[in-house]
Write a protein that binds this ligand. Structure first.
Ligand code: BTN
Length: 261
């Protein structure tokens, strides 16, 4: 299969009919697409502005971990959103990002990714992609949101970004390289479709269908290093993780690192 050159021209053409991806900012190399998108957003960039880079030299993940985007082999994208959204809709943005990533991978690679709360995409017990949502609030109302998505496609990551779980890349799993222009177009396409479902229970249900470790005994370590253990039940309507504690009570968890017990 002939792969398209990964460039401003080919990406822009592939996104021609999509709801998002206009204007498009393409960089051969950049520090972080999320940082660039934040600068553009704070200077008034419209909803749908997309920042794409062939390489990130200072990519970031959750908890400010490093995110590796080696040149010529991965996807690093950041989308500017600035519609007026309710609190529930905002809490669904990272759910939307991980679901859209799973759908794009499934369509392009014929594999079925699982979703690890809160925003990881896993295949075969390894992490393949991650989502990082960043927001600027102006008196409790978000001025803009940045939906950042990184997918390990044809190689890498070259450095271990987090030793607590194994990482891999799509070509390693399916046995051949993947066309990044097509994968990106599918990603933006699915973000556009799911955007109209923000705030609805259907988006939660779709995420739960792919939930990693559903019904299993898990532990969540929060930022204060407290550990909460129980059975992973699913998501609350606001995107929080629902866990059944050992005393039978249900608990909603808003942030932390999920592990299998
Ligand atoms: C995570 O798994 O912790 C989230 C990783 C998010 C990485 C993406 S790559 C594009 C965008 N730019 C960044 O610096 N981070 C996000």
């Amino acid at each position: 299969m002939n792969r398209k050159v990964f460039s401003q021209a080919t990406i822009s053409e592939s996104l021609d009919r999509e709801k998002f991806g206009h204007p498009l900012y393409f960089y051969d190399s950049i520090g972080s697409t999320n940082n660039e998108a934040k600068i553009l957003a704070s200077n008034g960039a419209p909803e749908g502005t997309l920042v794409v880079a062939d390489e990130q030299t200072a990519g970031r993940g959750r908890f400010n971990r490093r995110w590796s985007t080696p040149k010529g082999s991965s996807l690093a994208v950041s989308l500017v959103l600035r519609s007026k959204l309710s609190k529930t809709q905002i809490s669904h943005i990272s759910i939307l990002g991980s679901l859209a990533t799973a759908y794009a991978i499934e369509y392009s690679c014929n594999v079925s990714p699982k979703l690890k709360w809160p925003n990881d995409i896993w295949i075969n017990q390894t992490k393949i992609a991650g989502v990082l949502v960043e927001t600027s609030y102006n008196i409790e109302v978000p001025e803009w949101l940045i939906l950042g998505i990184g997918i390990n496609v044809n190689s890498g990551p070259y450095e271990i970004t987090n030793s607590s779980y194994p990482v891999s890349f799509l070509a390693n799993i399916i046995g051949h390289n993947v066309d990044r222009v097509n994968l990106l177009q599918q990603l933006v396409h699915n973000v556009g479709i799911l955007y109209s479902q923000l705030g609805q229970s259907s988006i939660i249900e779709k995420w739960e269908e792919r939930m990693l470790w559903k019904g299993q005994h898990v532990a969540v370590v929060n930022s204060g290093n407290n550990v909460i253990e129980g059975i992973a039940l699913g998501l609350a309507p606001n995107g929080a993780l629902l866990i059944q504690l050992h005393n039978g009570k249900k608990s909603e968890i808003y942030s932390g690192e999920l592990r299998l017990k």
